[in-house]
Design a protein around this ligand. Structure first.
Ligand code: HEC
Ligand code: HEC
Length: 232
């Protein structure tokens, strides 16, 4: 059962003790999992400021040298939050540019991972009408994620079927090497993997675990990993 928070009876939400059973894990309504309204607001400032985005995309993101980011037409990003995030992180090499203009990685700015997540949240928000919203984080996602973890996601081959670690690190303990436990950071690590140069054990984690997880499946498996932290 996949019940968005907003469809649960209000009485259930304010009923106290039983909430833990019924409530979806926690995600603000109407934004992609892990994205908050504060990130969208902060992302707008970054877009118009230290991220440099406005210099090529215009202060209203309607396009200058770089394309309009407010329409439904995507050249490189397919419009999902994750695709936008990946695109901002990697930029657009000249060889892939339609207009013969490259976009440097992170706009050539020195914004950090968290700022990239925020600016991606802003770009997602301005390009999606309010009624086409992805589902909030739910218990069902965690359950699907657990199946993917030991199945198609291949995560268990390196992290162990119980997520207590093998070649890859233990995901049950409270020691985070790369992600500090936030849901969105887990999503980001699953999407990009960990290059061997950044891996403490010099073992590479391949992007999406080396399998072919869809964006929806990445959200699910990350929900499962995130939930492990809540069980400690
Ligand atoms: C130096 C100019 C430049 C800067 C700075 C820049 N971009 Fe871009 N961006 C481009 C160009 C050029 C393209 C696409 C090129 C093409 O295909 O012709 C692009 C493409 C994109 C896309 C993919 C659009 C699509 O239709 O798929 C996104 C998303 C994006 N930029 C976001 C950003 C964000 C966010 C920032 C700030 C962190 C930023 N850009 C900074 C020039 C820039
Ligand atoms: C080929 C082995 C391998 C596979 C497959 C793999 N991982 Fe990893 N994973 C690693 C390694 C290695 C690291 C980083 C270890 C280090 O830096 O010491 C890592 C790191 C992580 C982290 C960050 C942990 C932290 O402490 O910050 C998360 C979260 C994670 N993996 C989740 C997943 C998920 C979910 C999947 C399945 C989609 C997956 N991994 C598949 C090897 C793997």
């Amino acid at each position: 059962m996949n019940t968005p928070l907003r469809l649960l009876p209000v009485a259930l939400l304010v009923a106290g003790g039983s909430i833990a059973q019924a409530q979806p894990l926690h995600i603000p309504d109407s934004l992609p999992p892990g994205v908050t309204a504060a990130m969208v607001t902060r992302g707008r400032e970054i877009f118009r400021g230290k991220g440099n985005c406005y210099t090529c995309h215009g202060a209203e993101a309607r396009g200058l040298l770089g394309p309009n980011l407010t329409d439904a037409e995507w050249w490189h990003a397919e419009g999902s939050y994750l695709a936008i995030l990946e695109r901002i992180n990697s930029g657009v090499p000249l060889s892939q540019s339609r207009r013969g203009v490259a976009m440097p990685r992170r706009g050539g700015s020195s914004i950090n991972d968290h700022e990239v997540q925020s600016v991606a949240a802003y770009v997602w928000r301005i390009s999606h009408p309010r009624d086409s919203l992805p589902a909030p984080l739910t218990r069902e996602m965690v359950e699907l994620g657990q199946k993917l973890f030991v199945g198609a996601g291949r995560c268990s081959t390196c992290h162990g079927a119980d997520a207590r670690g093998n070649i890859g690190p233990n995901l049950m303990d409270d020691q985070w090497i790369h992600v500090r436990g936030s849901y969105l950071a887990i999503v980001g690590t699953v999407v990009s993997g960990v290059p061997s140069a950044r891996s403490r054990v010099s073992v590479e984690m391949p992007a999406r675990g080396g399998g072919s997880l869809t964006d929806a499946e990445v959200y699910d498996v990350a929900a499962y990993v995130w939930s492990l932290g809540r069980r400690r």
